[in-house]
Write a protein that binds this ligand. Structure first.
Ligand code: KMH
Ligand code: ZN
Length: 299
C-alpha cells in the first residue's frame, strides 16, 4: 500500500505535435523519452507511435516493433503499448500490437464515448492535417463496443498480456464488471482512472472518489489502480489524490504538457520528477520496475 509506481505516457494519440516541441515523434525520440522517463523513476512507460515524417498518430506495427525493441535494449521499464490507437483506426489495427508483439502489459479501453480535442488552441505553426485532426474530433466517437471488448479480452489472454483497464467514466466500471461476469477477466485487475477528457468524466476529487468507491464495490480488493488526469493542473491534482488514497500515478506528455502553470514541460522526465517529488512529500515509497511487476503480478 505504501509503495507507489509511476507510469509515464510518452507521446499519445489524441494530440498533435505542434502543441509542444517536447512531444516525441520519431521512434528514436519516443525511445529517448521513455528511457529518460524511466531514468527519472517511471516504472511503466505507456507507448503510442506516430508517423515519423508528420507526427500523425499511427498504429503501424513496424513502428511499435522498433520502439518496443529500442526501449527494451536500453532499460528495464515495463513497456505498455496502447490499443487505444487514434482517430480513424479499427479495433483490429489497434489490437495488432498485442497479438503480434505480446507485450507484458497493454491498455484496454472500457467503453465508447465522445473524445473531443477540438478545443485545443490552433497555433499558426500547425500543419493543415493537425487542425483537421483536432477539428475532426467534434464528430469522433472513441469506439469500444461490447463486441470489441469481448474480442480484445480473448486476444489479450491468448497473448498473455495483462490489460490495464482504462475507465473514463463510472459506467466503464460496470462494463468491466460485465466482462468479468462473462468470464473474460483475470483478477486482480489493474484499473486506470482517466479523468478530464471532453466527452467523459471530470478530473475532480469528487469524481475520483466516486469512481474509486464504485470500483471497490464491484471488485472488492481485487484491483490495483492508478490515476491519469488530463490537462494541467489535473494531472498533478489527481496524482496528489492518488498518492493520498493509496493509488498509483500516471503522468506524461500524452495527458498534459505543463509542469507549472506558466511553463511547458521540457520532457517526460520532468513530469515524472514532479510526481515523484510529490510522492516523497506524502511518504509514499517509489517502486522500480521490478517491484511494479510484483505489484501487478506480471510474468
Ligand atoms: N489517451 C488517453 C486519454 C490508451 O492509450 O489506450 C487514454 C489512453 C488510452 O492512454
Ligand atoms: Zn494512451
Amino acid at each position: 500500500m505504501n509503495t507507489v509506481f509511476v507510469s509515464c505516457a510518452i507521446t499519445g494519440g489524441m494530440s498533435v505535435p505542434s502543441q509542444s516541441p517536447a512531444i516525441p515523434v520519431t521512434p528514436d525520440e519516443i525511445v529517448e523519452g521513455a528511457v529518460g522517463a524511466h531514468g527519472a523513476g517511471a516504472a511503466i512507460v505507456h507507448i503510442h507511435v506516430r508517423e515519423p515524417s508528420t507526427g500523425k498518430p499511427s498504429a503501424d506495427l513496424g513502428l511499435f516493433r522498433e520502439v518496443l525493441a529500442g526501449i527494451a535494449e536500453r532499460c528495464d521499464a515495463i513497456v505498455q503499448p496502447t490499443t487505444g490507437g487514434g482517430v480513424g483506426m479499427t479495433i483490429d489495427e489497434r489490437a495488432r500490437v498485442v497479438t503480434e508483439l505480446q507485450p507484458e502489459m497493454a491498455t484496454f479501453n472500457c467503453g465508447s464515448f465522445n473524445f473531443g480535442i477540438f478545443k485545443v488552441r490552433h497555433r499558426p505553426e500547425m500543419a493543415p492535417w493537425e487542425v483537421e485532426y483536432l477539428e475532426g474530433t467534434r464528430d469522433y466517437v472513441f469506439r469500444n463496443t461490447f463486441a470489441d471488448m469481448e474480442r480484445l479480452s480473448e486476444l489479450f489472454r491468448e497473448a498473455g498480456t495483462k490489460p490495464e483497464y482504462e475507465v473514463y467514466d463510472v459506467g466503464h466500471l460496470y462494463n468491466l464488471a460485465h466482462l468479468a461476469d462473462a468470464g473474460l477477466v483475470d483478477f486482480p485487475v489493474h484499473v486506470q482512472f482517466v479523468l478530464g477528457v471532453l466527452g467523459a468524466n471530470a478530473a475532480t476529487l469528487e469524481q475520483l472518489v466516486h469512481m474509486h468507491r464504485t470500483a471497490a464495490g464491484l471488485f472488492g480488493d481485487g484491483f490495483t489502480w492508478c490515476t491519469a488526469g488530463v490537462g494541467y493542473p489535473a494531472e498533478f491534482h489527481l496524482a496528489a489524490a492518488a498518492l493520498t488514497m493509496g493509488g498509483h500515478v500516471r503522468v506524461g506528455l500524452e495527458d498534459n504538457l505543463r509542469v507549472e502553470s506558466g511553463r511547458r514541460a521540457a520532457s517526460n522526465a520532468e513530469l515524472v520528477e514532479k510526481a515523484l517529488a510529490l510522492a516523497r512529500l506524502l511518504d509514499r515509497v517509489p517502486a522500480q520496475a521490478g517491484e511494479a511487476r510484483d505489484l501487478l503480478g506480471l510474468r
